[in-house]
Design a protein around this ligand. Structure first.
Ligand SMILES: [Zn+2]
Length: 137
């Protein structure tokens, strides 16, 4: 497996904290910076200069279609490259997670998953208070 960000010309070189998004058809590997770009694209908030998104798309690594933990809609697997933390989310909720814009009930649902590593970066308590309210960024 290629252990580098799939965004064209990315020079990020800390493979330990790369992120993987896999929808059961295709898989992309992105650094934290470009994961933000990917999330902004989902929300329609990326400036035109980025299109088409310059991302290398790989064959899916999972044999199933993920279902969102929040909405139960079709979704993607979003995980750390080492599998330390994994979420199954619709693309819209993936964008909210990455951009730290989950609403309190969705935050509580995700943090209550007993299979989840509670040290998950995306749910860090610097980003949300104990009621799941987004902190000022
Ligand atoms: Zn990158």
């Amino acid at each position: 497996m290629s252990l580098k960000c799939g965004w064209k010309d990315c020079e990020y070189n800390v493979p330990e904290i790369l992120k993987v998004v896999d929808d059961g058809n295709e898989r992309v590997i992105l650094c934290p910076n470009h994961m933000v770009g990917y999330a902004l694209d989902i929300q329609g908030d990326l400036s035109e200069e980025h299109y088409p998104l310059p991302i290398t798309r790989l064959k899916s690594g999972i044999p199933f279609k993920p279902v969102c933990e929040i909405t139960r809609d079709a979704g993607v697997v979003f995980r750390d490259i080492d599998g330390r933390a994994e979420f199954h989310l619709s693309k819209e909720n993936l964008a909210k997670l990455v951009l730290r814009k989950l609403n309190p009930s969705d935050y509580k649902l995700l943090i209550s998953n007993k299979n989840r590593n509670q040290d998950t970066f995306e749910l860090h308590d610097d980003f949300y208070d104990s009621e799941g309210v987004q902190m000022q960024d």
